[in-house]
Design a protein around this ligand. Sequence first.
Ligand SMILES: O=c1ccn([C@H]2C[C@H](O)[C@@H](COP(=O)(O)OP(=O)(O)OP(=O)(O)O)O2)c(=O)[nH]1
Length: 209
Amino acid sequence: MNVIFRFRKALNIKKSRGKIQQFNTKNLQKSRIHKNQQANIMEQSSSSSYSENALYFIQVEEGAKQPFKAYAESAGWDLYSLSSCNEVIPARQSALINTGLKIEVPKGYYGRVAPTSGNAVKGISVDAGVIDRGYKGLLKVLLVNRTDKDITIGGGVKIAQIIIERIFEGSAFFQKLDGNQEIDNQQADKIRGENGFGSSGTFAQQNQQ
Ligand SMILES: O=c1ccn([C@H]2C[C@H](O)[C@@H](COP(=O)(O)OP(=O)(O)OP(=O)(O)O)O2)c(=O)[nH]1
């Protein structure tokens, strides 16, 4: 699986014998590999073509940092706060921290945002964390402050990691007690787009009805 970091601006255009050579999926092999080889991530301009079998991290906000794999065999890519971040998470509360990135998850996978052990031992954990394929909104991390003191999340700090996991994409059936078989495709046909964080209903809303 290719892992690609797309810059908001087309940074990866290089001049070759007077011609402009632009990276796309056809010449990914020639793409400049990020300085840290262990990161196993290729930089690409935003105008390059798209493959549904690759993982893309797309920089959409100024100060968004490229995800990083610390070791070749790390399960996840580390995620960072925006360079301008200065968010206080009050004691025993949580806050959504923006990464400034969008993500394109490859077909057959989803992204799981998980805590890093380094943050967890300091009492900072992660909630929620399911990133659906087809989600077009900003990738945000729900950080939980489990300590009795307020914690300030500064700019460009490691907040979590994202692991890309396989999912089942076959048909689902609901068999009723009377033996009639129904397939409920109402939700499956909807396009998520930028909807998230309770767009399809929440526990609180159900209780209000
Ligand atoms: O930690 C998270 C969790 C979710 N999301 C985004 C991506 C995900 O695809 C979307 C919806 O998340 P989820 O399905 O968990 O939330 P929901 O409460 O069920 O919302 P919805 O009704 O919009 O599905 O929100 C994040 O950016 N960070």
